[in-house]
Design a protein around this ligand. Structure first.
Ligand code: HEC
Length: 127
């Protein structure tokens, strides 16, 4: 094989590997789009400062209520959560300027997928 031929077959091989890896990554992404939206949302929750009031573990602080188990709270359907985050509430600021619609959807996916913690189990047992 002359050097030119070897180079071209090598580069088409690496193109092929690259392409396959890309296709696999895409397939994995669509399979776990909910999981990746939730982890993007978790990051946004931290970066946007939601945790300052709601607690890094979602358990709430003096400044904001617990968001644990909000998925099962019939008072907080997705639409209302979006409205709260967009427009704020009595004490919660609006995030319309800092989060896009997609980002708000990711934060909501995160909040609705956040696992129950020991704290929430303990407080629901008290009721
Ligand atoms: C300055 C403190 C503060 C920050 C920052 C904050 N919140 Fe809130 N949040 C509150 C308070 C206080 C409430 C209760 C209702 C009200 O007073 O607006 C609330 C209510 C909520 C609710 C409704 C749940 C309930 O039981 O009332 C959701 C959902 C929520 N916040 C999500 C978020 C998200 C997501 C972020 C970040 C993008 C965020 N909050 C940032 C203070 C805050």
């Amino acid at each position: 094989m002359n050097p030119a031929m070897r180079r071209s077959s090598l580069s088409s091989l690496s193109f092929c590997v690259f392409f396959l890896a890309g296709a696999a990554a895409l397939a994995a992404q669509s399979l776990s789009s909910d999981t990746s939206a939730a982890s993007a949302g978790a990051l946004l929750f931290r970066q946007t400062g939601c945790g300052h009031c709601h607690g890094a573990d979602l358990a709430g602080t003096k400044k904001g209520p617990s968001l644990i188990g909000i998925k099962d709270d019939s008072k907080w359907p997705v639409e209302k959560m979006r409205d709260q985050i967009l427009n704020g509430g009595k004490k919660m600021p609006s995030f319309a300027d800092s989060l896009s619609d997609d980002e708000i959807a990711q934060v909501i996916t995160f909040l609705r997928s956040a696992p129950q913690t020991a704290t929430s189990v303990a407080s629901s047992e008290k009721k």
